[in-house]
Design a binder for this molecule. Sequence first.
Ligand code: SF4
Ligand code: SF4
Length: 379
Amino acid sequence: MRNIGMNELKQDIIDYAAEIGIQKIGFASADPFLELKTRLEAAVKEAVLTGFEHPNIDERVYPERIFNEPRSIIAIALAYPSKMKNEPVSKKEARRGVFSRASWGTDYHTVLREKLALLEAFIEKRVPEARFKSMVDTGELSDVAVAERAGLGWRGKNTLLITPEFGSFVYLGETLTNLPLVPDKPMGDLCGDCNKCVEACPTGSLLGEGKMNPKICLSYLSQTKGFLDEKYRAVLHNRLYGCDTCQVVCPYNRGHDFHFHEAMEPNPELVKPELKPLLSISNKEFKEQFGPMAGSWRGKKPIQRNAIIVLARYKDKTAVPELIRCMKEDPRPVIRGTAAWALGKIGGREAELALREAYDDDAEVLTEITRAKNLIGVR
Ligand code: SF4
Ligand code: SF4
């Protein structure tokens, strides 16, 4: 910190960030995030936290709780693609589901951590006493709150960060540091009168004015491992992981499709996979094929449960034998029960016969079997 001015260093960091393919970089103070505190406390009170968040509110709000003498935060944003080339078509008898865009390509946590590590090394060379704590998504700090303060964009009514240049199709990360870098100015909220995301949300998770009930967001629900409530099965549509609706409808994303990073390019067969093969995929195969994607972090169970729900939506009769096998043989109650329900939804002679003689020791599975029998009209 002795030999180099902070303004000069800041400019060097900005130049280097551009060189290594970081689309946006900004600088924020390390002051407490008091606005976030109010929001998080309200969420605790209303019991709408999902459990995926870092559990300690004070550590999320006060940077000094997680870092010795923090002086500033460097925020970065990397733009990701919104369209895939050679998108496979979902055909009758070979129906497909989709992973949301945040799961396209290599897990973005890995890509951003690499960029942040490069930034750290670059700064350390100039200022050996510099210290850092870098985070991507799963850290204590809120990526959106940091990025907003650092002037990268504003927090839209869909609760995501929207950048004027790349819309909300950006991954965020940050590094806390002991360097007193000059902060940038936050930009204003440009949502204005628009309410498109709130109106388009299929579950009513967006409550307006940037408020949200994440517990009923399909992005969260698609990652849960238990039974999915029937009312959410009805709106899952073809989603296997995540939900992009509140991004797709946003006017600030219109026409945006950026392909800056090879690692973020989707493999169409993996991000829009055929559903039936997913039902019998082994753990090893799942790991080999889907392991590098962000959408695999919860393992194969939620993806398989969702695949069954999507097959039910398509009323895919060619899936019936595989669903019968799942209902009878799968060791996991969620898969047996959801398969039974899907058989009730799809219907037909084969499903009817299987449901007639279906029984399960697990109470929840039995409930699903009964529900399926009612759907199909058998006792
Ligand atoms: Fe609603 Fe989907 Fe956005 Fe969640 S991700 S808030 S379900 S539109
Ligand atoms: Fe804001 Fe409209 Fe985009 Fe929602 S859809 S985030 S209200 S601009």
